[in-house]
Design a protein around this ligand. Structure first.
Ligand code: SAM
Length: 429
C-alpha cells in the first residue's frame, strides 16, 4: 500500500487501538474496561425539536438493548475469542495440516462453533429488536414529527429535494443494518420516520460513546483538522452521505464562517437534518438530495474541504470510484478530502479480528463492508487523480461528552467494527 502524504503536513497520527490483542474473559474483568459500567441511561441524550418522545417502556427497551450490546461485546466476545484459540483454530489445523489462511476461512470455521453461533445470533436479534423498537416509537408519532419538520423547513432554501432522484440499487436493495426502508424510504409526503428512528435509537448501538448528540465523530474530525492544519480556513465544505447531520454540525460549528453543504440520497434524512440543525441553532448548513456519484450541479473546484464519515462501507466499488473522482473534480487547488472509516484489513490485523469485523457484511445487511475494507484505498485515490505525494493518513477517536458520560472515555472493550476509533484516508488537491 502506498503511504505518502504532503510533506508540509504532519498528518500521520497514531491510531488508537485497532489491531491490538483481544482481551480474554478474566482480562476484561481486571482491565481498564472494568472502570466503565456500560451505557448510561438513555434519558441523558440531547433533545431537539424533532427528536421523538419516548415513553417509560420505550426508554426501558432502549436501555435493555444498549446493555445487551454492551454485555455481548464485554462478556460474550471474550468467550468467542477463547473458543477460537482453544477449539476452532487448533481443530482447523489438525484437519487441514495448516493454519487458517484468510478471514473467509476463519469465519467459516467459526460458524460451526457454539460460542460464535450464540454471540452472532444474539447480536443479530439485538439489532433487529433495536430497529423495531426505534421504528415503533417513531411510527406512533410520525405525523406530529413531520409537522414539526415542515414548520422548520418549508420554504427554507437550505433544503433542496429532488423527487426524481434515482436511488441506486446498492442502497435501494438493502435494509442497512436491519433498518427497514434504509435511509430513503418515505411513507407519506414530508415523512421523517427513518431519520427520527436513526437519530434516537442509534443509542442502542453507540451506547452513548458518540456523545449526547451522537456527534463525537464530527467533533473528532473538527479537532483533527484544527490540530493538523492550523492555517486551514475553508470557505466551502461538502459532506457526502451526511444522513441526519450527526457529523456535520460539529464541522459547521468549528468553522462558523464557512458554508457547509450536505448531500445525501434520503429525503427523510435531509428534512429531519435541517429541522434538527435549526433547532440546535446551527444555520450555516444546506441539505441537498443528490448522489455523490453525480454532483454535476456543482461546478469544478467548488469546495475547499470534502468530508465523508462512516460512509464508504455502504458503497458499491463502482460507486466508491465514481465518488472519489467527483471529489477530485470538486476540490479547489490546496483543498482537502478526508474519508473517516473503520480500519482496513491490513496484513497485521489478526484473522480472528478480521473475521469478527466482517460479521456486518454477512449478518447485518452491510454487503459492501467486506470488499470495501480490503480495498487499496490509496490506489483508488490515485486512480481518481490525486497524486501519491498528496495522500493523507491518520486516525481519530470519537470525542465523548465527559459531563454526560464520565466513564465512557475509559472504555477499552474491543467491539470489532462498533468502536469509535477510525482511520482517516484523504488527500490534498
Ligand atoms: C452510514 S450513513 C453515514 C453516516 C453519517 N455520515 C454520520 O456520520 O452520521 C450512510 C449515508 O450515506 C447515504 N448515501 C449512500 N449512498 C450515497 C450516495 N451515492 N450519495 C449520497 N449519499 C449516499 C445514505 O443515504 C446514508 O444516509
Amino acid at each position: 500500500m502506498v503511504v505518502n502524504q504532503a510533506p508540509h503536513l504532519a498528518l500521520r497520527l497514531p491510531l488508537r487501538h485497532t489491531a491490538g490483542p483481544i482481551e480474554g474473559r478474566s482480562t476484561v474483568r481486571n482491565s481498564p474496561a472494568s472502570q466503565y459500567d456500560g451505557p448510561p441511561d438513555f434519558r441523558v441524550v440531547g433533545r431537539h425539536a424533532v427528536f421523538p418522545e419516548t415513553s417509560h417502556d420505550e426508554i426501558e427497551r432502549i436501555n435493555f438493548l444498549a446493555q445487551m450490546n454492551r454485555h455481548l461485546s464485554a462478556r460474550v466476545v471474550p468467550g468467542v475469542k477463547a473458543a477460537f484459540d482453544s477449539r476452532v483454530a487448533p481443530a482447523f489445523e489438525a484437519r487441514h495440516g495448516r493454519p487458517l489462511a484468510d478471514r473467509h476461512e476463519t469465519r467459516r470455521a467459526l460458524l460451526a462453533d457454539p460460542a460464535f453461533q450464540t454471540w452472532s445470533a444474539l447480536r443479530r436479534l439485538t439489532m433487529e429488536q433495536r430497529q423495531q423498537a426505534g421504528r415503533w416509537t417513531v411510527i406512533r408519532q410520525r405525523e406530529r414529527l413531520a409537522e414539526i419538520a415542515a414548520r422548520l423547513t418549508d420554504g427554507d432554501e437550505r433544503l433542496k429535494l429532488d423527487p426524481d432522484l434515482a436511488i441506486p440499487r446498492y442502497v435501494s436493495a438493502v435494509d442497512h443494518h436491519c433498518m427497514p426502508g434504509s435511509y430513503h424510504r418515505e411513507y407519506f409526503p414530508g415523512d421523517v420516520t427513518n431519520g427520527a428512528n436513526y437519530d434516537h435509537a442509534g443509542f442502542v448501538t453507540t451506547g452513548g460513546l458518540l456523545g449526547r448528540y451522537s456527534d463525537g465523530g464530527g467533533h473528532a474530525v473538527a479537532r483533527w483538522v484544527k490540530r493538523n492544519l492550523p492555517d486551514f480556513q475553508p470557505k466551502d465544505i461538502l459532506e457526502i452521505g451526511g444522513t441526519v447531520g450527526h457529523s456535520t454540525l460539529p464541522l459547521a460549528e468549528a468553522f462558523p464562517d464557512a458554508q457547509m453543504t450536505v448531500v445525501d440520497l434520503g429525503a427523510p434524512m435531509l428534512r429531519y437534518a435541517l429541522a434538527r440543525a435549526k433547532s440546535l441553532n446551527v444555520h450555516n448548513v444546506r441539505f441537498v438530495q443528490a448522489s455523490g456519484e453525480d454532483l454535476s450541479q456543482f461546478p469544478d473546484a467548488s469546495f475547499d474541504w470534502i468530508q465523508t464519515t462512516m460512509f464508504l462501507h455502504e458503497l458499491s466499488t463502482v460507486a466508491l470510484r465514481n465518488i472519489f473522482a467527483e471529489t477530485r473534480r470538486l476540490l479547489r487547488p490546496g483543498g482537502i478530502v478526508l474519508h473517516v472509516e473503520q480500519p482496513q484489513y491490513a496484513p497485521d490485523m489478526p484473522l480472528f479480528e478480521q473475521a469478527m469485523r466482517d460479521w456486518d457484511a454477512f449478518y447485518n445487511n452491510e454487503p459492501f463492508w467486506s470488499r470495501m475494507h480490503e480495498m487499496d484505498l490509496d490506489a483508488a485515490m490515485i486512480a481518481a487523480g490525486f497524486s501519491p505525494e498528496s495522500l493523507i493518513h491518520g486516525g481519530v477517536t470519537g470525542v465523548v461528552d465527559k459531563e454526560i458520560f464520565p466513564d465512557a472515555a475509559d472504555d477499552e472493550t474491543e467491539d470489532y467494527g462498533r468502536k469509535a476509533a477510525w482511520h482517516v484516508i484523504g488527500a490534498v488537491a
